[in-house]
Design a protein around this ligand. Structure first.
Ligand code: SF4
Length: 325
């Protein structure tokens, strides 16, 4: 187990007495930041919406473009049936592969609060009807979290811990605009504070290595995450998928993707400035190789994490040793 940061697996074992495995659910949501014709959206988004590998039927037909509408609102039944089927398939896979005993319910794909509150309640309720869960995790955008939806999410806290994964990526409005996030840093802060005010667990998603960014920008992003007292953070090194606006810009030579060496330095820098109480839920992005333009040469997750841990041991550094509250 890694010794130099507050890692999520250790947290789960401490909290629940055993490993907890995520069942990734695609609730049939789309994303308000993508246009109906498939354009728009974040410049790094290839439209796959982060679907769990074992839930993918094929790599084709991935682009889900139509935003939430009256039409999608009336076609709830197939989504509910699919949720049951995915939960069953996910549980069976994790039991067979890892002998998993404890599970969390992870609404992972696209924007998982992008629907009417009534539909959301029916979707989440149906997911909970499929078994016992230690954690309920909902990934979404800050501009898609009304107070009504936050209250709905908070109502599940009597069943288990509820985490909201909120995409920030960068605290720089200039960067957010350049990558087409469709929200500002202030919008994110506002949503994060409302999530925390309802007692929900907040997980912040950030990207290290975005075009035009360096240590100054990383520090501002880390400061914002510290400031709102995020409970967890998912840190991604910049991955550039093919078939995206960012991919086109990369092929034109506008910027580079960090090498292993540079990301080791940056990851250590970011960890040292993060509040040591924040749980590190991810430190490396894992885009499937066949969809990835850059970086093409990079160690796998466990090798990278071991190298980072060894590096911090050699340097005598720790998560939060440069954090100032
Ligand atoms: S918010 Fe997510 S699904 Fe929507 S455009 Fe951005 S990366 Fe894609």
């Amino acid at each position: 187990m890694y010794k130099h940061w507050n890692n999520y697996s250790a947290y789960l074992k401490r909290m629940y007495g055993d490993a907890v495995y995520r069942i990734g659910i695609d609730g049939g949501f789309s994303c308000p930041n993508r246009l109906q014709d498939g354009h728009g959206g974040c410049s790094f988004c290839d439209g796959t919406g982060a679907i769990a590998v074992y839930q993918r039927k094929s790599e084709s037909g991935f682009f889900r473009t139509s935003p939430y509408s009256e039409e999608t609102a009336t076609s709830l039944l197939p989504r509910l049936l699919s949720i049951e089927e995915q939960a069953e398939r996910g549980r069976e896979f994790l039991q067979r592969r890892y002998k998993a005993k404890l599970f969390s319910l992870y609404f992972q794909s696209y924007t998982n609060t992008y629907d009417s509150p009534d539909n959301l309640r029916r979707i989440y309720d149906r997911a909970f009807s499929t078994g016992e869960y230690e954690e309920f995790i909902v990934s979404t955008r800050p501009d898609c979290l009304s107070d009504e939806v936050i209250e709905l999410l908070a109502s599940y806290q009597d069943k288990c811990a509820v985490w909201i994964e909120l995409g920030l990526q960068s605290a720089s409005d200039k960067t957010l605009e350049a990558i087409g996030r469709g929200h500002s840093a202030e919008c994110w802060r506002n949503a994060a504070l409302r999530v925390k005010a309802h007692g929900l667990m907040l997980s912040s998603h950030i990207i290290i290595g975005l075009p035009g960014e360096g240590r100054k920008e990383y520090l501002a992003t880390v400061d914002l995450v510290n400031d709102v007292h995020s409970d967890g953070v998912k840190i991604h090194n910049l991955h550039i998928p093919g078939g995206t606006r960012m991919g086109d810009e990369y092929l034109e030579g506008c910027f580079t993707a960090s090498s292993e060496g540079r990301y080791l330095e940056d990851a250590e820098f970011v960890l040292r400035h993060l509040d040591p109480a924040i749980i590190i839920q991810r430190l490396i992005c894992e885009t499937p190789y066949h969809r990835l333009l850059a970086p093409r040469v990079f160690p796998d997750k466990s090798l990278f994490l071991s190298r980072l841990d060894e590096r911090m041991e050699e340097h005598g550094t720790m998560q939060g040793d440069l954090y100032e509250s």
